[in-house]
Design a protein around this ligand. Structure first.
Ligand code: SF4
Ligand code: SF4
Ligand code: SF4
Length: 353
């Protein structure tokens, strides 16, 4: 019988990480409990179970820090043999030349590495790890040499590094990055503690994306993607045509879901809510469960009647789950906007373009 197919899974190999980023969105990283050490055996068992239940188009190895797993290359090779494209989302500090060469020979699609500023002190303030800037930037350069099309930088824009956006993009281009994932800081995890310091106000957010847009327009050989949905009533995406903004579907067949190393399945890697475990129920049954579908079909009150709902969907509601404990509320970043966001409630029924 054909395996159930899903396009995209984020597989969290471990919760552990050698950095302590101020903005870390992982729900388990709030500093309250010690994290379990990486377990290569557990990760292997879960990956095998996952790929026995489903064919996965693209599987992204994430964490925590996935390079803490000694058997990450074996896991990647196994996923490749099972027909998946494999990406690796790493902070880059443990990415040796041997590790990169092994990934290249396995046919890894992309390696994503966050470089948060062209200024070392800003990057290391945000990551909490001295020496991390040289390592991350060096890893990005080496990936660009070994897997040119797969060198993807990540820039998480916060209030702290927003002044450095253009300088940082120049640095990433010079390091050989072909693609840059440009995400605004999204509230959650350790970032909950630091949200006052990190959340971008509307003007700073728009200025930062205007800088990305200008840079993207003058560097047509690079790709710019923004993966964290921002409420459209906070930032219209129309002025940034050179940035590809992804939208967050609540349809499980069209979205990346997260599976952690214990087999727990979640709406995405930002969501703290487990909707099932693949050791108790096949992935297909978890993703087609009417209760789970109903949970994520709910519309926030303040968004009902908004003409932008089908595109915007209330912004990032995994952040709402982290902040309010509910998917039924709109993105908490709107609280920082300081005014009512609803077009229908303010009488603006046409979205301004
Ligand atoms: S954001 Fe990534 S690198 Fe930073 S602490 Fe979290 S898992 Fe580690
Ligand atoms: S009211 Fe809701 S759906 Fe409409 S733009 Fe704002 S956050 Fe998005
Ligand atoms: S809920 Fe938020 S973090 Fe999750 S996929 Fe959607 S926009 Fe991204």
């Amino acid at each position: 019988m054909a395996r159930f197919h899903t396009d995209n899974i984020v597989f969290e190999l471990t919760q552990a990480c050698n950095q302590c980023c101020r903005f870390c969105y992982n729900y388990w990283r709030d500093g309250s409990t010690p994290l379990p050490p990486p377990s290569p055996k557990t990760a292997r068992r879960t990956l095998r179970r996952l790929l026995s239940q489903a064919s996965v188009g693209t599987i992204s190895f994430s964490g925590g820090e996935p390079m803490l797993l000694k058997n990450i290359h074996d896991l990647a090779l196994y996923a490749r043999f099972r027909g998946s494209h494999v990406n690796v989302l790493t902070n880059g500090t443990l990415l040796t030349q041997d590790a990169i060469d092994n990934f290249a020979s396995i046919g890894i699609g992309a390696i994503q590495i966050p470089v948060l500023s062209c200024r070392k002190e800003v990057h290391e303030y945000l990551t909490g790890l001295s020496g991390s800037w040289d390592k991350a930037a060096g890893a990005l350069r080496r990936v660009a040499e070994a897997i040119p099309a797969g060198a993807c930088a990540v820039l998480v824009i916060t209030k702290v590094n927003a002044p450095d956006v253009t300088g940082t993009l120049e640095m990433l281009r010079n390091a050989g990055a072909r693609a840059v994932m440009v995400n605004r800081f999204n509230i959650g995890g350790m970032g909950l503690k630091h949200s006052e310091e990190l959340v971008l106000d509307e003007a700073t957010l728009k200025k930062a994306f205007a800088e990305v847009e200008a840079f993207a327009a003058s560097n047509p050989g690079m790709h710019f993607v923004s993966g964290v949905c921002t409420p459209l009533c906070m930032m219209d995406t129309a002025p940034y045509p050179h940035i590809k903004f992804s939208w967050c579907s609540t349809d499980f067949s069209r979205r990346p879901v997260a599976v952690d190393c214990m087999g727990n399945v979640r709406f995405c890697n930002h969501s703290p809510v487990t909707i099932g475990n693949i050791f108790e129920k096949p992935l297909e049954d978890i993703l087609t469960d009417p209760e789970a579908i109903a949970r994520y079909a709910v519309v926030p009150d303040k968004c009902s009647g908004c003409r932008m709902l089908s595109r915007c969907n209330g912004g990032c509601r995994a952040a709402s789950e982290q902040v309010y404990g509910s998917f039924a509320q709109a993105d908490p970043v709107l609280e920082f906007k300081g005014e009512d966001c609803s077009y229908s409630m303010t009488g603006r029924t046409e979205y301004p373009r």
